[in-house]
Design a protein around this ligand. Structure first.
Ligand SMILES: Nc1nc2c(c(=O)[nH]1)N[C@H]1C(S)=C(S)[C@@H](COP(=O)(O)O)O[C@H]1N2
Ligand SMILES: [Mo]
Length: 312
């Protein structure tokens, strides 16, 4: 499979590449329109056209050798449409996900946290052209659009012919607990063997150590816990997400594609030790998302992990 190991999105002086006048006859066929419908928690829903995509800053993702995919970042498409958040909730953005649905029904999820430049900064790409040595190889849109997951180690979250892109609030139902801290985390939803993990149960899983800034965390791998220990429910894991909730009601979505070793391969932990001492002041465990540039998804006093199949 095509390797898409981390590449920063590099702005491209696209106008220079567009000098040749492409013939009008090369426009997309009607059954493969170079547009999709944007919906959900956005100020501006509706069709996004090729010309709108091309009005956004061009971004590119290497596709092997001299080739690159050229497009607009998925984040910029959503940001331009105005992502709606509940300003009364701290970091409400992090309780939301993006569902990309292909014309063939394929469903792929991103968390808004992984896409946002303020957190994961793996912005995704809505590609409309391919370049070779920096020069566009075809008229933009001629081969249709595709959504790519920036930084994934394999191309499993690629969606050719996206039909819809929807922003949704997570389906988490875990309420705020009031003035208590967690001493166990309940794992529920789309897993084969739901269960509750206290400190001893977490410690019984393979221990993983990750350095985040000046802190060294030890904990269980979230992927190992969900996929190996509990078993993700049958279906498409790349169309699922998990919501971590703290006892104070703070929530963070992680897409399953983000942690799947065959997709995003992000080393997210359920940590119970920091710098050699137990995490025991603000609950017994916290989520740690090592490659986020802020700690906002590091939900402390972790009390629940709910796994969902994304709904449009
Ligand atoms: N349960 C819970 N976890 C939380 C928060 C919160 O309000 N409640 N705030 C988040 C935010 S916004 C940040 S920046 C970090 C701060 O972590 P620190 O106190 O270890 O620096 O915790 C995150 N985890
Ligand atoms: Mo924060």
């Amino acid at each position: 499979m095509l390797s898409l190991r981390f590449h920063a999105l590099v702005p491209l002086a696209l106008s220079a590449c567009l000098a040749p006048a492409w013939s009008a006859g090369a426009s997309p066929t009607p059954d493969r329109p170079a547009q999709f419908i944007l919906g959900g928690d956005l100020d501006q829903s509706g069709p996004v056209t090729l010309s709108q995509l091309r009005s956004l800053p061009a971004a590119r993702q290497p596709a092997g050798g001299a080739r690159a995919q050229v497009g607009a970042s998925l984040w910029s498409v959503l940001d331009r449409a105005g992502i709606r958040v509940d300003a009364s909730r701290r970091n409400d953005l992090l309780n939301r996900y993006v569902l990309v649905t292909g014309a063939d029904g394929r469903k792929v999820v991103f968390s808004l946290g992984e896409l946002s430049p303020h957190f994961g900064n793996r912005q995704g790409l809505v590609a409309y052209a391919e370049s070779v040595d920096g020069v566009l190889a075809q008229p933009p849109g001629a081969a249709g659009l595709q959504v790519l997951a920036t930084g994934d180690v394999q191309a499993g979250r690629r969606v050719a012919w996206p039909a819809r892109i929807d922003v949704r609030t997570s389906a988490s139902t875990v309420p705020e607990q009031g003035d208590v801290v967690s001493n166990a985390v309940r794992v529920s939803g789309a897993v084969r063997r739901p269960g509750t993990f206290d400190l001893a149960a977490l410690k019984a899983l393979p221990a993983v150590t990750r350095t985040v800034g000046a802190d060294i965390y030890v904990g269980a791998s979230l992927w190992h816990l969900l996929d190996t220990t509990l078993g993700l429910a049958a279906g498409q894991p790349l169309g699922m997400y998990v919501v971590a909730s703290g006892s104070d009601g703070q929530k963070a979505v992680v897409s399953i594609g983000e942690i799947d070793p065959a997709a995003g391969n992000q080393p997210v932990l359920v940590a119970y030790q920091v710098n050699g001492v137990p995490i025991d002041v603000d609950g017994f465990a916290r989520l740690v998302v090592p490659n986020d540039s802020r700690k906002s998804r590091h939900v402390s006093s972790l009390m629940a992990l709910e796994v969902f199949v994304a709904r449009p």
